[in-house]
Design a protein around this ligand. Structure first.
Ligand SMILES: NC(=O)c1ccc[n+]([C@@H]2O[C@H](COP(=O)([O-])OP(=O)(O)OC[C@H]3O[C@@H](n4cnc5c(N)ncnc54)[C@H](O)[C@@H]3O)[C@@H](O)[C@H]2O)c1
Length: 252
C-alpha cells in the first residue's frame, strides 16, 4: 500500500476512531506517517492505533472533542512535545442529522455548526502557528458533495459543508506564502456508520444507488487514497481545491 511518501510526517486526524477517519489513519500510517488518531473516545482511537502497530506503523491515540477549545490546544501541545512538529491536519470529524429545518431544535443546529464548522476552524487555527514556523504544512478538510448539491432534509449539514469548501479556498490563499497547502475532499455516499441507517433502508438505498453512475457506494479507502495524494509532496502545486470522490453522483 506504500504509494505516497509520507515517511515520518506527523499527521493529526480528527474523528478517526472509525469510518473515513480510520481509513485515512490506516492509509497514512501504511505510507510511513506518524499518525495521531483523535476522537471523542480515546479507547476507540487506541483500537485504531493497535491496528496500525500490528501492520508495522506508528500511531498515538488522543482524546479530542473538536468543540472544546482547551482540548484542541492541549492536543496540539502534546503532539509537538511528542514529535516536535505537525505536518498534516485532517479535519474529518463531522455529524449528520437530517430533519426539516423548521422542526429542528436550535440545540441540534448549534451542535452541527459546532462540530462540522467551528471545530474545523478551531483545529486549524491552533495548528497553523506550528505549520507557519516550519514553513510547511498540509491541511485536508473533509467536506461532502452536500457542499455542492442538495441532500434530502439536510439544510444545516449542506450549509456547513458548503462553508468548508469555501474556507478551503480562502485559507489556501492566506497560507500559500508559508507553503501550507489547504485542500478538501468531498465524499459521496460512503460505507461508514454515518450512512448505515440510509443504506439499510431498501427504499432509500435504491434511490441513493440510482444516483451513483459507478454503481456502488464508496468505501473509506476511496477517500483515503485522495487524501494521501493531497498530503504527499507529489501534489505540492495543488491548493485551495476540493476533490470530489463520489462515483460520479455530481456529474449529472
Ligand atoms: N459517510 C459518508 O457518506 C460521508 C459523505 C460525505 C462526507 N462525509 C464526512 O466525512 C467525515 C467522516 O464521516 P464518517 O462517514 O466517517 O462518519 P462516522 O460517523 O463514522 O465518523 C465520524 C467521527 O466523528 C467523530 N466525532 C463526532 N463528533 C465529534 C467531536 N465533537 N469531536 C471529535 N470527533 C467527533 C465521531 O465520534 C466519529 O468517530 C464527516 O465529516 C462527514 O460529514 C461522510
Amino acid at each position: 500500500m506504500n504509494q505516497y511518501d509520507l515517511k515520518d510526517k506527523v499527521a493529526i486526524i480528527t474523528g478517526a476512531r472509525r469510518g473515513i477517519g480510520e481509513g485515512i489513519a490506516l492509509m497514512f500510517a501504511a505510507n510511513g506517517a506518524k499518525v495521531v488518531v483523535t476522537d471523542i473516545d480515546e479507547k476507540d482511537c487506541q483500537r485504531v492505533v493497535d491496528k496500525i502497530a500490528k501492520e508495522g506503523g506508528k500511531g498515538l491515540a488522543l482524546e479530542l472533542d473538536v468543540t472544546n477549545e482547551k482540548n484542541i490546544q492541549k492536543v496540539v501541545k502534546r503532539v509537538v512535545s511528542e514529535y516536535g512538529r505537525i505536518d498534516i491536519l485532517v479535519n474529518n470529524a463531522g455529524i449528520f442529522i437530517q430533519e426539516e429545518l423548521d422542526k429542528m431544535e436550535v440545540s441540534t443546529i448549534d451542535k452541527m455548526l459546532n462540530v462540522n464548522l467551528r471545530g474545523v476552524l478551531l483545529c486549524t487555527k491552533y495548528v497553523i502557528p506550528e505549520m507557519k514556523q516550519q514553513n510547511y504544512g498540509k491541511i485536508i478538510n473533509i467536506a461532502s458533495i452536500a457542499g455542492f448539491v442538495s441532500f434530502d432534509l439536510s439544510g444545516v449539514y449542506c450549509a456547513t459543508k458548503g462553508a468548508i469548501v469555501n474556507l478551503t479556498r480562502e485559507l489556501a490563499m492566506e497560507l500559500s506564502k508559508y507553503r501550507i497547502n489547504v485542500n478538501a475532499v468531498a465524499p459521496g455516499v460512503i460505507e461508514t456508520p454515518m450512512t448505515e441507517n440510509l443504506r439499510s433502508d431498501k427504499g432509500i438505498a435504491d434511490v441513493l444507488l440510482s444516483k451513483i453512475p459507478y454503481g456502488r457506494y464508496g468505501i473509506p479507502k476511496d477517500i483515503a487514497n485522495a487524501a494521501a495524494f493531497l498530503v504527499s509532496d507529489d501534489s505540492d502545486y495543488i491548493t485551495g481545491q476540493t476533490v470530489v470522490v463520489d462515483g460520479g453522483w455530481t456529474i449529472y
